[in-house]
Ligand binder design. Structure first.
Ligand code: GTP
Ligand code: MG
Length: 620
């Protein structure tokens, strides 16, 4: 649960205060009458320490060691115990006149390494030095706590080392500002994210069920009803609006954590923070944000059922007015647990929206599929910000890595759901309109869009033989050299677009096909745009139809989107992407689609039957 793998405790202080005695007493559980100047470094194995981390304890002796060694040890340690002797005023005075400033000189004025003030030999005095220590703690923020002990009587010996361990594992400085007596900004921010993730119904209150789940997730044990009532009573007594409608408000939640820390129960707050991925500096750890995912050559990444389910729930949580669209504030709110908005304004022109440009549930899921296909680490990272691990297992369960496309091609079947189509065409032939048409937008609507926010991608679902598949269209800008790099060639179907009203546009399609796709295994569809106009003869030695026939391509597909968008082209592209092996047949007989359709439908039905049989079987 903690980010530290071991703890290194360094003891410093004036000669004779009892450093070596303290260490030897801890180890042998009795006070040694004779001690060497310096104890050997000792290592306490994880299983005998309260926090279950291997702990090294390092002595320092000015008699035996020079300053270089001291500085080196200061740097290597995780926590520094400054020991003084309660009966020796000089050793007390030296804490502020020498030791604390000295440590700052070598670790930096605002170093974050915790320091503990340890008053040894308390067996010799009747009064406590606590009052003297308090102002020192106020002046030196790095001082985590102070403790009085005695090596001779063993008083507080194990406690002292436990505090030191705790100071490292649950550092105060990151979460609490002791001068202001409140949580640090960073900590408030982190806990606010935690609160939002745990507030499953998004009503800004943690009700009893939500608190219950939170307890189980963080502490692996439920909170008893009575304890929960007690907690709420404490919050109620101390601040207004901490408890609303018998649930904890964010204010109440933050207050509780302030209280935990003020009462020395840092580990409670830290356990929560670690559960939600934070490291000692309240940054989300790399392991939490970016678990390794292996995507082999030829494989693609899609959202799994679990992933889609989580994202759908998230949408419903933040679609406060339940209209099926995310308004700008709703979208902002959905991503408020993330360091920044993952989507720019172009997303509105990448997926389906309503006429206000607000993203629909389908559009939102499509955008996630797009990110998952093109940039899966980003999806994984954002799932972490959004709290996927709180409701599901690690983020990788949200992702399906498909098998190598070569196997799909050889076996002539695929279980993929997201396909990639690259759209190529000369300037002005209507590529953007074709892309926008995929979102059911006609020319009139496209004309109203802000050109700056147009995207070179659009993604939407298409029915392929009764099954919903995602088709991602990507408008590829072809370089002057006509070259396409491997990424630009990496698609499941190519769409070559020409303009029936411009005679110089088909030649580009033919050139691209011969240069890049003829010898590839990528199915290709030629699309004739603007077919509301009569076609003009193309300046090419073959007509588009002759060309397609010659190369066994499907005949040119007509497309127009002036009013009503002709969706056939998208169905065809998606079908060719999902069933690439039929590329040479479809050109001759469109009916083959029907046959494959029946087979696919039969297979889907079979899957259903098998599922039902297993389901009945196992329920018996
Ligand atoms: P240097 O190595 O010289 O820096 O000293 P140190 O801090 O390691 O002190 P050390 O452990 O050698 O103890 C110094 C003296 O104080 C010894 O005579 C110890 O017996 C005595 N002493 C240590 N702890 C206690 C204690 O808790 N109570 C009493 N009464 N005497 C102690
Ligand atoms: Mg010593």
């Amino acid at each position: 649960m903690t980010s530290k793998k071991e703890v290194r405790i360094l003891l410093v202080g004036d000669p004779g205060v009892g450093k070596t005695s303290l260490i030897l007493t801890l180890v042998s559980e009795e006070f040694p009458d004779e001690v060497p100047a310096k104890a050997e470094e000792i290592t306490i194995p994880a299983d005998v320490t309260p926090e279950r981390v291997p702990t090294h304890i390092v002595d320092y002796s000015s008699q035996e060691q020079d300053e270089d060694i001291l500085q080196d040890e200061l740097a290597k340690s995780n926590v520094i115990c400054v020991i003084y002797s309660v009966d020796d005023e000089d050793s007390i005075e030296r804490i502020t006149s020498f030791w604390l400033p000295y440590i700052r000189t070598y670790l930096g004025d605002d170093h974050k390494k915790p320091v503990i003030l340890v008053g040894n030999k308390c067996d010799l005095m009747d009064f406590s030095t606590e009052e003297i220590m308090r102002p020192i703690m106020n002046d030196f923020a790095e001082v985590e706590t102070c403790v009085e002990c005695s090596a001779r009587t063993l008083k507080n010996i194990s406690e002292m080392f436990y505090y030191a361990q705790k100071a490292v594992l649950h550092p105060t400085a990151a979460v609490y500002n002791s001068e202001e007596k409140e949580l640090t900004l960073q900590c408030k921010k982190a806990l606010t994210r935690v609160f939002k993730i745990c507030d499953l119904d998004n009503d800004s209150i943690l009700n009893d069920d939500e608190v219950h789940l939170f307890q189980v997730k963080c502490f692996h044990a439920p909170l008893h009803a009575q304890s929960l009532d007690d907690v709420k009573a404490i919050v109620k007594r101390n601040i207004s609006d901490g408890v609303i409608k018998n649930g904890l408000s964010l204010k109440g939640f933050l207050f509780l954590h302030t209280l935990f820390i003020q009462r020395g129960r840092h580990e409670t707050t830290w356990t929560v923070l670690r559960t939600f991925g934070y490291d000692d500096n309240l940054q989300l750890t790399k392991e939490y944000l970016s678990p390794k995912i292996h995507v082999g050559l030829g494989c693609t990444t899609e959202l799994s059922f679990e992933g889609l389910q989580f994202l759908k729930l998230l949408f419903q949580k933040y679609d406060e007015d339940n209209d099926g669209y995310l308004s700008p504030p709703e979208l902002q709110n959905l991503f408020s647990t993330c360091p920044m908005m993952p989507w720019g304004p172009d997303v509105n022109n990448t997926v389906c929206t309503n006429h206000n440009g607000w993203i629909s549930l389908a559009g939102y899921l499509a955008q996630w599929e797009l990110t998952t296909l093109l940039d899966v680490p980003r999806t994984i990272e954002y799932l972490a910000y959004l709290g996927y691990q709180y409701l599901k297992d690690g983020q990788l369960s949200a992702i399906t890595v498909t098998r190598d496309k070569k196997i799909d091609l050889d076996k002539k079947q695929t279980s993929r759901n997201v396909f990639r189509c690259h759209v190529l065409g000369a300037k002005g032939v209507g590529k953007t309109s074709l892309l926008q048409g995929h979102l059911n937008r006609n020319l009139r609507y496209v004309a109203t869009l802000n050109k700056e926010h147009l995207s070179s991608f659009t993604i939407n679902t298409v029915q392929v033989y009764g099954q919903e598949k995602y088709l991602l269209l990507h408008e590829v800008d072809v370089a002057v050299s006509d070259m396409l790099n491997p990424t630009e060639m990496n698609c499941d179907v190519a769409c070559l677009v020409y303009d029936v009203t411009n005679p110089r546009t088909f030649e580009f399609c033919a050139r691209m096909y011969l240069k890049h796709f003829l010898d590839s295994r990528i199915p290709t569809l030629v699309v004739a745009c603007k077919t509301e106009h009569p076609p003009i003869r193309q300046d090419y030695h073959l007509s588009p139809a002759q060309f397609c026939h010659k190369y066994k391509l499907p005949p040119p597909q007509n497309f127009t989107c002036i009013d009503k968008v002709n969706r056939e082209v998208y169905i065809k592209l998606a079908t060719m992407a999902a069933y690439p092996h039929v590329r040479d047949i479809i050109s001759r007989d469109d009916k083959i689609y029907m046959k494959i359709g029946l087979v696919a439908a039969a297979l889907a039905g079979l899957g259903f039957l098998v599922y039902r049989m297993t389901a009945t079987h196992s329920s018996r």
